[in-house]
Design a protein around this ligand. Structure first.
Ligand SMILES: *[C@@H]1O[C@H](CO)[C@@H](O)[C@H](O)[C@H]1NC(C)=O
Ligand SMILES: CC(=O)N[C@H]1CO[C@H](CO)[C@@H](O)[C@@H]1O
Length: 146
């Protein structure tokens, strides 16, 4: 009886170790990233000298309206805050079309594309691309809307 109850306790102790280890690894990853500095870039790669109008915001900051000439960019940096999930979004416009989308959020697949530092959004004639920095190509992400 005592033998079986101690076996049960040992098994439970082992299980709880197995179940809690990933969460401490996750916490460690989060504290590594907590004071991590990120850059977001909005690049105008439109043809024919078209101006790109960008209006980007977070919950706390309105970065204002920027007119970005071809070949130029708007960029800003910030430190990620894991206690209030950091999120930026933009409204981009050219001619009579626009695209509204998130430009920074908390997601490993997204952070990977930024090489954990530079999230580069490129406006082209056919839509908005996100640079996949580690793999070296531009991924089509959003179309222009009327
Ligand atoms: C940020 O944008 C400016 C143009 O507004 C550019 O001159 C500068 O090189 C950019 N910085 C980075 C780190 O890309
Ligand atoms: C940042 C970026 O993607 N720049 C490209 C803009 O388009 C020209 C060709 O039209 C490319 O050479 C640049 O690399």
């Amino acid at each position: 009886m005592a033998f079986w109850s101690s076996m049960v306790l040992i098994v439970l102790a082992m299980l709880s170790t197995v179940l809690t280890t990933p969460s401490t690894a996750e916490e460690r990853r989060r504290s590594d990233l907590e004071f991590h500095k990120w850059y977001v870039h909005i690049v105008n790669n439109l043809s024919q000298g078209k101006l790109l109008t960008a209006h980007c915001k977070s919950k706390d900051d309105d970065l204002g309206i920027h007119q970005i000439p071809v070949g130029d960019e708007q960029n800003w940096s910030f430190r990620q805050n894991f206690f209030e999930t950091t999120l930026f979004w933009c409204s981009l416009a050219k001619d009579n079309v626009h695209a509204d989308f998130d430009v920074f959020w908390d997601d490993d697949n997204f952070h990977y594309r930024c090489s954990f530092k530079d999230c580069i959004w490129v406006a082209k004639d056919d839509g908005i691309y996100l640079k996949n920095l580690p793999e070296g190509f531009d991924e089509y992400r959003h179309g222009w809307k009327q």
